[in-house]
Design a protein around this ligand. Structure first.
Ligand code: URA
Length: 242
């Protein structure tokens, strides 16, 4: 997020001082609303108009994708396997926001906006990610509590926001567990359950923040709306206010 007058000056439209004048005189519109406050912060997803001229074109793209199993979360693969980017016909240089393992299914964002990527991935923003894991063996209350008290992964203590046994099947000796984490370390969910000696047989990420897979089938995607992108940014704004 940067100050509105800086964003206007950075676009080359006018000097910062002139931009301040435009703002004070009610000549600046951000996302369709007149802004007269000099301290207003904007980011790259905001559309800014100055004196009737659009100065930041909305050329960033944001997608929510339902990743199937057996797809690489990368822009290319040296073994020639299909990647998440291969599902898109955008002419923008899209890339996945973070990683899901090859065998993990579920929600992932793709974008060409580095600022958005950093905001989503930064652990300090505490964006909850909900996973459903199928485990080998039936997890005990003791093991769940152990996980809840924190698991060290790559020297970093991960304390899940929630760990809940959803169902258990004695016949197949498996169980389904919901786990909510906000960190985003590589293989973190598998490592968390391995720390109490349960292998993850299947893993699906159901949501990132308030965005889930509603309306999407495996392999499908949709654009995030500007409103959704802005609401996702609210996770980082909330942190700054504290
Ligand atoms: N944690 C994992 O172990 N794998 C994923 O794909 C995502 C989170």
């Amino acid at each position: 997020m940067i100050r509105l007058q800086k964003a206007i000056a950075d676009s080359g439209f006018c000097s910062r001082r002139k931009a301040e004048e435009y703002i004070i005189n009610g000549k600046v519109i951000v996302n369709g609303e007149i802004v007269t406050e000099l301290g207003t912060k904007v980011n790259s997803s905001d559309e800014i108009m100055v004196d009737g001229n659009v100065i930041t074109k909305q050329d960033k793209e944001y997608y929510v994708f339902y990743k199937p199993r057996g797809i690489i979360c990368s822009t290319n693969d040296d073994k020639g396997r299909k990647t998440v980017v291969d599902f898109f016909d955008s002419n923008k240089r899209l890339y996945p926001v973070g990683r899901l393992d090859y065998d993990t299914t579920g929600i992932i964002f793709l974008t060409n906006d580095g600022e958005f990527t950093n905001m989503i991935l930064h652990p300090k923003n505490n964006i909850p990610k909900v996973y459903i894991a199928k485990l080998e063996g039936i997890i005990s209350g003791y093991e769940i509590n152990k996980i809840k008290s924190g698991v060290i992964i790559d020297g970093y203590k991960i304390i899940p926001d929630r760990v809940k046994l959803k169902s258990a099947d004695k016949k197949s000796n498996t169980c389904i567990v919901e786990i909510i984490v906000h960190d985003g370390k590589n293989h973190e969910v598998k490592k968390i359950f391995e720390s109490v000696r349960h292998n993850v047989i299947k893993l699906k990420r159901e949501s990132i923040g308030f965005i889930d897979l509603t309306g999407l089938k495996s392999g499908e995607y949709r654009k995030l709306t500007i409103k959704e992108v802005k609401q996702l940014y609210a996770y980082s704004n909330d942190k700054k206010r504290k």
